[in-house]
Ligand binder design. Structure first.
Ligand code: FAD
Ligand code: NAD
Length: 446
């Protein structure tokens, strides 16, 4: 029996990481749960986000490593087969929605397929059928922004890129965020001539800009043409090509990607009907992820939040609600330092206090910069561009780190416990790492 005789204790609108990561352990605690999904179970990340993207990146990373070892034990470069790579990606992701649905149904969760709309604080309508719950969690995620210019319907979004079976000879990418830069890398390494249109003079604005400049220079070496401070004005189909008309002239290619960001899915789900407050940045929540309607909570990309709209933050929020709903906590949500990485070649990754903040506050922080080319292990990998910057407070505790290298994601990941658990400089030596690894060499910089 559920609380107050509702059909469900908790009903999730959406089945992405903001829902299923918390729903499964909550169901295992005996709660009766329902998860409503209009599209593929598992949402963006497994089906058309992180997992799909990183599968396409695997040959790119290997190619970068093979290129680096030319004449150092390896003779002969390699080329990326676009069609095979997309097939490889499909083989990785195709089974995920079924597996995620099975992991929910196996613990008694009802997965309801259809489009849900809030009717009141305890009821969701799914294609004419009404479902009631003591609590509702809105986890509807986000959708691609579409530039408001004539001819934009001739451009494609990130999902189309991940499903693109025929390699374009030339591609125009509008945007300078994660998706624009990661997809430019994948396409350029496969031999597509990419033109990247940056709205301003900077890309990846949340990352340390000297590292971003190095990344852009490296992309240029791989044939990417970068045009800064450009405003796309329209797109036209001329003969077999697509022409992006801009304030700096025409850019012609066979395929155009609109990578100008993502917007939260707040429209047409009944938020106005029930009085849930939101704006273009997402649903407003308090420090318990509760919306302006007491019985309704929100997680993931649909939430207006200061931390990154990333899979691990969606998982953290979903898991927090599991603790809240099961009575394991009454405390507000308390995010740890949130790492982020751009999965390019080389990668840039960062966590904690930023380099800019540290340099602006020399009374609070010490900044240590290291060129990784002089690390013997990175030298063995022929990593010649790597740089790492570590940031310490005045007591010598690690509080932030930023790296550019082919292993930046793994290097930052290995430093996370030292930051989150505030390991003292003396205690750091109590850890024995595997040797020789990225982690063992990263530790020398901490
Ligand atoms: C191309 C790409 C690459 C990315 N790469 C990374 C990465 O490398 N690392 C990282 O951390 N993050 C990455 N992200 C971000 C990450 O995918 C999201 O932060 C994460 O998926 C958010 O999860 P969510 O549960 O909030 O939303 P989603 O996963 O989007 O799930 C929302 C679900 O709700 C469903 N839905 C919406 N409205 C309704 C309705 N009315 N009724 C029923 N169902 C509904 C949708 O169909 C969807 O399945 C990437 C995103 C993209 C697009
Ligand atoms: N590695 C990762 O963790 C990863 C990878 C991909 C996506 N994501 C997530 O997905 C989300 C979406 O990524 P994204 O790259 O689409 O968004 P983004 O917000 O990172 O970048 C959007 C880009 O579009 C540009 N832009 C905006 N309006 C424009 C205009 N009118 N004309 C030209 N350019 C314009 C911006 O300047 C910016 O460079 C992000 O929130 C990110 O958290 C994460």
């Amino acid at each position: 029996m559920t609380e107050n005789n509702y059909q469900f204790d908790v009903l999730y609108l959406g089945s992405g990481h903001g829902a299923f990561n918390g729903a499964i352990p909550l169901a295992m605690k005996g709660k009766k749960l329902g998860v409503i999904e209009a599209g593929k179970v598992g949402g963006t990340c497994p089906n058309r986000g992180c997992n799909a993207k990183i599968s396409l990146d695997m040959p790119v990373k290997v190619k970068q490593e093979v290129d680096a070892m030319q004449g150092r034990g390896l003779d002969g470069t390699t080329t990326i087969n676009w069609k095979q790579n997309v097939q490889h990606e499909k083989e990785v992701i195709n089974s995920l929605p079924g597996a995620i649905e099975e992991s929910m149904t196996s613990v008694g969760i009802d997965v309801i397929h259809g489009y849900g709309k809030l009717v009141d604080g305890h009821t969701i309508d799914v294609d004419g059928n009404q479902y009631t719950a003591n609590k509702i969690v809105i986890a509807t995620g986000a959708h691609y922004n579409q530039l408001d210019i004539p001819g934009i319907e001739l451009a494609h979004n990130g999902t189309a890129f991940l499903n693109l079976e025929d390699q374009p000879q030339k591609m125009t990418i509008i945007g300078g965020g994660y998706i624009a830069i990661e997809f430019a890398t994948i396409a350029a390494y496969a031999g597509t001539e990419v033109t990247l249109l940056l709205h301003h003079d900077k890309a990846l604005r949340k990352f340390y800009q000297p590292f971003v400049e190095e990344l852009l220079t490296d992309l240029e070496k791989h044939g990417v043409k970068i045009i800064k401070n450009v405003t796309p004005e329209s797109i036209e189909h001329v003969n077999d090509a697509y022409v992006v008309k801009t304030n700096q002239g025409d850019v012609t290619s066979n395929w155009v990607l609109d990578a100008t960001g993502r917007n939260p899915n707040v429209e047409n789900i009944g938020l106005n009907t029930v009085g849930v407050e939101y704006d273009k940045n997402g649903i407003k929540v308090n420090d318990h992820l509760q919306t302006s309607v007491d019985s309704i909570y929100a997680t993931g990309d649909v939430v207006d939040k200061s931390v990154g709209k990333l899979t691990p933050t969606a998982i953290f929020e979903s898991s927090y609600l599991t603790k809240l709903f099961s009575g394991a906590t009454t405390e507000p949500i308390d995010y740890p330092a949130v790492p982020s990485a751009v999965f390019t070649s080389p990668r840039i990754a960062q966590v904690g206090v930023s380099v800019d903040e540290a340099k602006a506050n020399p009374d609070k922080y010490d900044v240590k910069e290291a060129n990784l080319a002089s690390d013997w292990f990175r030298f063995a990998m022929r990593e010649n561009k790597g740089k790492t910057i570590t940031i310490f407070d005045k007591k010598g505790y690690l509080v932030g780190m930023t790296e550019i290298s082919s292993e930046a994601d793994n290097s930052i990941a290995s430093a996370l416990p030292f930051i989150e658990y505030q390991i003292s400089p003396e205690k750091m030596n109590d850890f024995i790492t595997l040797f020789p690894t990225v982690a063992s060499e990263t530790k020398h910089h901490l």
